[in-house]
Design a protein around this ligand. Structure first.
Ligand code: FAD
Length: 434
């Protein structure tokens, strides 16, 4: 009987195409072998990844290498950390467990102009839509009305963008590579290397097997599903109330303004959160909602279907992609650094608790982290105390806005989110008010 190594399998289907007895079955990202297998090994020869074997895989390569910084996760937070660290002259390794950076997308892809512009100029390759206005709908059981902020930003300026993250994320990693970082895809961190309490690198597994790679500093940029913090002894577990559970369709054939993002504060459809329509050009839009975990028994996907059914301009279109994901909407844990390690982005829970926006926060955290790491390496001190400067800078900057927005979310219970003060700050946070 043959064995499939799921960590190597790229789900390409080559093996299925040569199997003479139909023993292989490929689901989206799951390849299974049935008892019908006759051990002909045709699939082994067909597999481009070396993921199928008669005896359980190739022996691991134990090559050992060393970098100034290893970054786990090539989302926006990890790639900007890598880019900035390489720009500052450090030797950098950026690891990504997926085979394609940026895919599958788990995001509504909205970002404000001001947040993006300090990193790189907008580029049509990774911008689906330029946003000039936002429309906030307050929906109560008996009425629905648009709430307009007293001071809207100038209409001719770009308020923000809906990105094409599949391309955007990859471009950020390409910038890191162009600045000198080494990028490894389909290579997952499996654990941390330690010297006493100090983190001194990462055990990884990639297409050529397992490896120990040492580094003077390790950065956990491994997203909402982060394990790096836990491995380092930092408790990143989210309280139920601090997770927004989201479902979204990329829809085609939707009649919506191509330059307006639409938000629905509707406690029946999106209890504890909100629903959104973010245009993507050519009649396409990200149509989704986020629900505070545990607040309702209805699954977000069920509520999303209701949302689409409720508005004919949506239900006339069709979903072409389903996205689901969790967004951390509390505050970072008390510790986001350890000896030889720091966390950035969703891994550090650095998402706006009101809007659920984490792209710009993660990029900003990456920039700060790289600068502090460079200083720490210069000074020859990568202790938690020295790296703690990063946490201080974060708390004095964007961390302050996050804390304010969390206070607001907690002060106004979901049914009170029609309050003028809540709406004003919500509008400010999405860039729809001055
Ligand atoms: P990620 O983008 O999640 O990247 C983490 C990377 O680490 C991933 O590529 C993952 O594969 C990799 N990884 C994980 N574990 C390992 C491992 N062990 N080894 C190697 N690699 C690993 N934010 C906005 O700003 N605007 C929005 O409109 C918006 N909409 C959203 C809609 C939805 C439905 C969801 C779920 C989220 C949304 N967000 C939005 C949040 C935003 O997507 C995240 O905050 C952002 O992607 C965080 O970036 P990151 O780099 O920290 O993490």
């Amino acid at each position: 009987m043959i064995v499939v190594d799921p960590k190597r399998c790229a789900y390409c289907g080559s093996c299925v195409s040569v199997c003479p007895v139909g023993a292989l079955d490929l689901q989206e990202t799951r390849l299974t072998v049935s008892d019908a297998c006759i051990d002909c090994l045709l699939c082994v020869a067909a597999c481009p990844m070396g993921a199928i074997s008669a005896c359980g895989g190739r022996p691991a390569s134990l090559a050992k290498t060393h970098y100034d910084v290893i970054i786990v996760g090539a989302g926006p937070a990890g790639s900007v950390t890598a880019w900035e660290a390489a720009r500052l002259g450090l030797s950098v390794l950026l690891l990504e467990k997926r085979q394609e950076i940026g895919s599958p997308v788990r995001c509504a892809e909205g970002i404000t102009h001001s947040a993006l512009a300090s990193f790189l100029p907008p580029d049509p390759r990774w911008i689906s839509a330029t946003i000039r206005t936002a429309s906030i709908h307050v929906v109560e059981p008996t009425r629905e009305q648009e709430w307009v902020p007293a001071q809207e930003p100038a209409e001719d300026a770009a308020m923000g963008y809906v990105l094409e993250r599949r391309v955007f994320d990859r471009v950020l990693a390409e910038q890191a590579a162009a600045a000198g970082a080494r990028v490894m895809v389909k290579t997952a961190a499996e654990g941390l290397l330690r010297d006493g309490q100090r983190v001194v690198g990462v055990r990884v597994r990639g297409p050529s097997g397992a490896m120990d790679i040492t580094a003077r500093v390790t950065v956990g940029a491994d997203g909402v599903e982060s394990r790096v913090g836990t491995w380092a002894g930092i408790d990143t577990t989210l309280a139920q109330a601090d997770l927004m559970s989201c479902a979204q369709y990329l829809m085609a054939g939707v009649e919506t303004d191509p330059h307006t993002t639409v938000y629905y504060l509707d406690q029946e459809l999106a209890p504890g959160g909100y629903a959104w329509i973010f245009p993507k050009g050519d009649g396409r839009a990200n149509v989704g909602l986020g629900v505070q975990a545990g607040i309702t028994e209805k699954a977000p996907i069920e509520l999303l279907n209701r949302f689409v059914d409720k508005y004919p301009f949506l239900s006339r279109g069709s979903p072409v992609t389903l996205v689901s994901g969790g967004v951390p909407v509390g505050l970072p844990p008390a510790q986001i650094v350890a000896d030889g390690l720091l966390l950035v982005g969703d891994a550090a829970r650095q998402v706006d608790p009101l809007t659920g926006g984490g792209i710009a926060n993660g990029m900003e955290a990456g920039r700060l982290a790289a600068q502090v790491v460079a200083e720490a390496l210069d000074a020859g001190d990568t202790s938690a105390k020295a790296l703690g400067r990063y946490a201080e800078l974060w708390s004095a900057g964007r961390g302050k806005d996050m804390a304010r927005n969390l206070r607001l979310r907690r002060r106004f219970a979901p049914e009170q989110r029609t309050d003028e003060r809540f709406l004003r700050l919500f509008a400010l946070s999405i860039g729809a008010a001055k």
